[in-house]
Design a protein around this ligand. Sequence first.
Ligand SMILES: *Cc1c(COP(=O)(O)O)cnc(C)c1O
Length: 235
Amino acid sequence: MMSTHENFSEFICDKQLIQNYEQIKQKIPPHVTLLAVSKTKPSHMIQVLAEQGQQHFGENYVQEAIAKIQQLKDIKINGEPIIWHYIGHIQRNKTRDLAQYFDWVHGVDRLLIAERLSEQRPKNLAKLNICIQINIDDEETKSGCQPEELPILVEKISQLANLRLRGLMIIPAKNSETAFVKTKQLFDNVKQFHANPSDWDTLSMGMSGDIEQAIDAGSSMVRVGTAIFGVRNYY
Ligand SMILES: *Cc1c(COP(=O)(O)O)cnc(C)c1O
């Protein structure tokens, strides 16, 4: 029985959440990591999925994320804590928080940001995992470096002491036909510039609307929000 509260909630109920999660997991082969994008959704929903074995969560808003990270710091998935990914736009004055609270940062597109993250990573923590964002469809409103900048960025960022450069991240344009395939080619081509090529293992692409296409093109990490948590009422 649903409680009155749940009936009027802007959020889906736990049963629906778990059902959505199970359906999405069926679309994802074992070599692909599911990143559950929990932005704007309450800690309670993250906890429910963690109890189902979900370990990777993605957030876009620093203050909102820090509150959840603190609330959920004792949650264990098979004995391990939640792995937190920052997938939002990176502001220069937020790098300290990112370096302190997150395990992964996906949207790095400038050397300066990477240098700050490396300097600000607390020494008692593991290296911060990084994906470089490319503006693959050359959209004016999107973050991300240009493909031509990639070789030098890979070369430089892969040498920073407290970072582990894992791969690439994209958010394709709405009707992009080529973004996934182009990104996979870039991913393969720039590996040679990496100081520790074996770290280069992550292609972060695919969201609720294009999971299968992204996986077919070689994605190794899909970032899924709406299809698991339901629609977002804001941002
Ligand atoms: C919000 C967001 C997602 C999830 O999008 P959905 O369409 O809700 O699955 C994935 N990646 C990034 C960078 C996002 O900001």
